[in-house]
Ligand binder design. Structure first.
Ligand code: CA
Length: 222
């Protein structure tokens, strides 16, 4: 794991860098927003640990820029601003987690591991693929500015496929994303959701490719 540590307090930054690298985490330190922006332009990170009160501004302002990237790193805010509204503000601005100072290093490590397990596509607010725009937070899909009318199961199929676009999603994984434990799955219903969705995605130049016995793949049609 490689992280960007945005923290202006030198002693804290050094202590964190030492502890994290002992855990096999590669740490780049940036004491200002400006240096953080530079680092984000030159390297790929799995996570950003972000202080709020920085010499050149509010750390939360960096989150929007991080989110706009195609594979955004996770953001864990690390701040002395620990009041309820301050924490809610941080999460609403797109932080994946918010840890209040003082904190235990073990907890930061555990939270970094937890956020790094989530796929990067989940952190992206809007996924653009072919002519389709998928809003991850609102769970809506648009083609040419028109919102697709998708029944719940078709939406769940699309969501599962688009969050792993370009990769094969196995049939069991897709069934798990679409049906609850108590749902009866008739063997052909998943196929019928997939084929209805397939027709709706055609105008966006997308195809759901089925690999017999393996799974499904969402990709631009060739
Ligand atoms: Ca600070």
């Amino acid at each position: 794991m490689r992280i960007l540590l945005v923290e202006d307090e030198v002693s804290l930054s050094e202590m964190l860098a030492t502890s994290l690298s002992r855990q096999g985490i590669v740490v780049d330190a940036a004491p200002t927003l400006e240096m953080a922006r530079e680092a984000l332009m030159t390297a790929e990170y799995d996570a950003v640990v972000l202080d709020r009160n920085l010499p050149d501004g509010e750390g939360l302002d960096l989150i929007t820029e991080i989110r706009a990237r195609s594979a955004p790193p996770a953001v864990v805010v690390l701040s002395a601003l620990g009041a309820l509204d301050q924490r809610i503000d941080g999460l609403d601005q797109g932080a994946d987690d918010y840890l209040v100072k003082p904190f235990a290093i073990e907890e930061l490590l555990a939270r970094l591991r937890a956020v790094a397990r989530r796929p990067a596509a989940v952190r992206q607010e809007r996924i653009l693929l072919g002519g389709l725009a998928f809003d991850v937070g609102h769970r809506t899909a648009e083609i040419g500015g028109t919102v697709l009318d998708l029944p719940r199961r078709e939406l769940l199929v699309l969501e599962a496929l688009i969050l792993r676009a370009g990769r094969v999603v196995s049939r069991p994984a897709l069934e798990a994303a679409v049906y609850g434990y108590d749902d009866e799955i008739a063997s052909n219903t998943l196929d019928s959701h997939v084929s209805r969705l397939r027709r709706k995605l055609e105008p966006a130049g997308l195809e759901i490719h089925s690999l017999r016995g393996i799974g499904y793949l969402l990709r631009p049609s060739s």
